[in-house]
Design a protein around this ligand. Structure first.
Ligand SMILES: C[S@@+](CC[C@H](N)C(=O)[O-])C[C@H]1O[C@@H](n2cnc3c(N)ncnc32)[C@H](O)[C@@H]1O
Length: 260
């Protein structure tokens, strides 16, 4: 299991962004909508949104399915969701490593851009399989290696510290999604390149999403001014002709069935 302190910090970071998250979540909206074609078209189903955040997609699910639950590790995200979303949704403050639901109780689990925060990932996937009914579906998106490579490379010119979280290789994630009790039925990988006015704009967006906690970072707090300037200068290697700063997100999404 990952250390509690690291998960507590992830929860705190997302919690502090609960009010700003929705206006910055352009990548999350895009990836979440791309999961929609995989949703089952029966509506008498019990559904869990794993890592539900502000509940934007939980709300959409609640307009189609009979019983919908949103689970998140961040209390503040859940408070925001409870105040702003469909009142019929049941919210669970819990850790994806220990889902407080019975074995074989859920028809499908939807999870948009959450599992990249889970390391080790295999334990979370085992929990997902435990709560799904046989034949149940896990519909997910995550970020894989190569995500934010521009930022990673710009920082690598400055110091040896870790400034971007580790993303697993796509083949590693695929391997975890196939096994005696599970089968990856469909998958796709898309490179989404978002545009920024400058590196500060990117940093602000990550902060307003709560996605700025880096568990393995050694140095505490913000980098010094000199380091920051050096990094932003290195980032200019990636500048596009119109002076736009690109940032690449490698979104891997898929549909997994729990085998009977
Ligand atoms: C990038 S946000 C995605 C939120 C939402 N799914 C969406 O599409 O907007 C990731 C969410 O996962 C939650 N999260 C991270 N680690 C978690 C864990 N171990 N258990 C449950 N939730 C977790 C965070 O608190 C955050 O709300």
């Amino acid at each position: 299991m990952p250390k509690m302190t690291s998960r507590y910090k992830i929860a705190k970071s997302f919690g502090s962004a609960s009010a700003s998250y929705d206006i910055s979540a352009r990548l999350q909206r895009y990836s979440g909508k791309h999961l929609m074609p995989w949703l089952p078209n029966r509506n008498d189903l019990t559904v869990l949104d794993l890592g539900s955040g502000t509940g934007f997609f939980t709300d959409l699910l609640a307009s189609s399915y009979q019983q919908v639950m949103g689970l998140d590790i961040s209390k503040d995200m859940l408070i925001f969701a409870q105040e702003n979303r469909n009142q019929a949704i049941c919210w669970l403050e819990a850790d994806a490593y220990k889902i407080p639901l019975q074995d074989n109780s859920i028809d499908f689990i939807y999870s948009n851009l959450m599992i990249q925060w889970c390391d080790p990932l295999d334990l979370v996937l085992n929990e997902v399989m435990r709560v799904l009914k046989p034949g149940g579906l896990f519909i997910f998106s995550t970020l894989v290696n190569g995500t934010l490579f521009e930022l990673k490379s710009a920082w690598a010119q400055v110091d040896d510290d870790q400034h971007v979280i580790d993303f697993k290789a796509e083949r590693e994630v695929r391997a975890l999604l196939n096994g005696p009790d599970r089968k990856l039925l469909e998958a796709k990988q898309q490179d989404i390149i978002l545009e920024y006015e400058n590196v500060l704009h990117l940093a602000h967006e990550l902060k307003s999403l709560g996605a700025n906690h880096v568990p393995k970072k050694q140095g505490k707090g913000l980098a010094g001014k000199d380091k920051w300037q050096k990094m932003t200068k290195s980032y200019q290697d990636f500048l596009e002709p119109n002076n736009i700063y690109p940032a690449t997100y490698k979104v891997f999404s898929g549909l997994v069935v729990k085998l009977s």
